[in-house]
Design a protein around this ligand. Structure first.
Ligand SMILES: Cc1ncc(COP(=O)(O)O)c(C=O)c1O
Length: 404
């Protein structure tokens, strides 16, 4: 396949100048739907789960994937993920518990890691004894102990080290500054004492130190993994290390995909079969890696106008439909659904949404074919944290989702 754009791959590419995704002509699908349209590819999701399974096999350890449904909880998609049989599910709220159960995940396939967990949350979670709970605070350990003494729990630790896409501070969950997540080394003894007081068995060590890391961040990530592994020596009953999510994918032309050989080797050396801790299961709970590049958002151009020296194309959806580009500088790169037949040169276009906020810009001076009213644009990498984080800001939240 001859690639014209960095993001093209076998199931996402131009065929005779028309954008094709999961074997469908995107422009044709867009014309069948009024308003913004999210498209998701079931095959790509399965392929991502399989790629991750192969990477975990390289660690030489027993392994388990929990799909982080916070990334995308569209029912048909979640039902499909459950049917693959390739993973369990990571949840972070009672609402997500209900949705996971309805989608066909058994309680034993569900792992909870949440923050700001109230007694009301706990009471609902504990109604499903098979669900595994990772504790984010000492208070949470105590409150589980009071409600269910003698049970098994996981503890989320904070190694004061982490990383995220492009070392972004906003995407780093553990680092120099104090964050709200997990239990720090300074409070570790107290956490263990509380678990002991209620006869709780700590069977899982959990950490999640940031989102979107790629190969360039693996050095920092390894230091965080190493720091987390130090907690293991105090956990005689531990069976599982849950390394969280955060596995990144390319968002820009110069991003290389995560190097799974290196990734698996780090795990093998610190918690797997090349480490002092033999026989542990490695669990991982990614959201983005599974669904983000398996989805796109299709918007149509409503207006094209030159303002000073900038050519604007305005589309019928804004950052409220995919907040990550605006919040985290994680772009959803625009791709024209139809390229001009005559190989006209691309022009620099600034693509703006329909929300009354200055930050509502999809891309600045982006090379695109000449656009006209009614043209469709696909915003790639909108499978994760787009519809799931969408809002009705300016009452422009309506959109259709479709699983292909
Ligand atoms: C505890 C936990 N696990 C997993 C995830 C999923 O992260 P990602 O989608 O980056 O893989 C998150 C995301 O914030 C998280 O907080």
């Amino acid at each position: 396949m001859e690639k014209r754009f960095w993001w093209e791959r076998d199931d996402l590419c131009y065929v005779d100048g028309r954008l094709s995704f999961a074997g469908h002509d995107v422009s044709t699908l867009a014309q069948q739907t009024a308003g913004p349209l999210y498209l998701y590819s079931a095959d790509r999701i399965t392929a991502n789960l399989q790629r991750l399974t192969r990477a975990l096999e390289q660690t030489g350890s027993a392994h388990q994937i929990y799909y982080a449904m916070k990334a995308n909880r569209f029912e048909p998609l979640l039902d499909m993920v459950a049917r693959t049989g390739l993973c369990g599910v990571d949840i972070c709220s009672p609402g997500e518990l209900d949705r996971a159960l309805t989608s066909g995940f058994a309680p034993q396939q569900i792992s909870f890691t949440g923050t700001g967990v109230s007694n009301a949350d706990l009471d609902r979670l504990l109604q499903q004894p098979g669900v595994h709970i990772n504790c984010d605070s000492i208070g949470m350990i105590r409150r589980i102990g009071e409600r269910r003494p003698g049970s098994s729990i996981g503890i989320r630790v904070n190694p004061a080290m982490g990383t995220g896409y492009d070392e972004s501070e906003k995407l780093t969950y553990s680092g120099n500054g104090t964050t709200k997540f997990g239990i720090y080394r300074e409070q570790w003894d107290e956490a263990l004492a509380v678990a002991h007081k209620y006869g709780l068995t700590v069977d899982t060590l959990h950490f999640h130190v940031g989102c979107g890391y790629l190969s360039g961040q693996l050095g920092q990530w390894e230091r965080a993994v190493e720091a987390c592994a130090l907690f293991l020596k105090d956990l005689p009953d531990v069976t599982t290390v849950n390394i969280g999510g955060g596995l990144g994918l390319p968002h820009r032309a110069d991003d290389a995909p995560l190097d799974f050989d290196q990734w698996a080797d780090i795990l093998a050396r610190h918690i797997g079969n090349k480490s002092p801790y033999l026989g542990l299961t490695i669990a991982v709970e990614p959201g983005d890696f599974i669904v983000k590049d398996a989805g796109m958002l299709i918007l149509s151009v409503g207006d094209v106008e030159m303002k000073r020296d900038t050519l604007f194309a305005y589309v019928n959806g804004g950052f409220n439909l995919a907040p990550e580009p605006a919040f985290y500088d994680l772009p959803c790169e625009p791709a024209a659904c139809i390229l001009p037949a005559d190989n006209d040169p691309l022009v620099a276009v600034t693509i703006a949404g329909n929300i009354n906020e200055a930050l509502d810009i999809w891309a600045k001076d982006h090379p695109m074919p000449k656009l006209a009213e009614g043209d469709h644009i696909a915003f790639i990498n909108a499978g994760g944290y787009a519809s799931a984080m969408a809002s009705n800001h300016c009452m422009r939240g309506e959109a259709t989702e479709r699983l292909l």
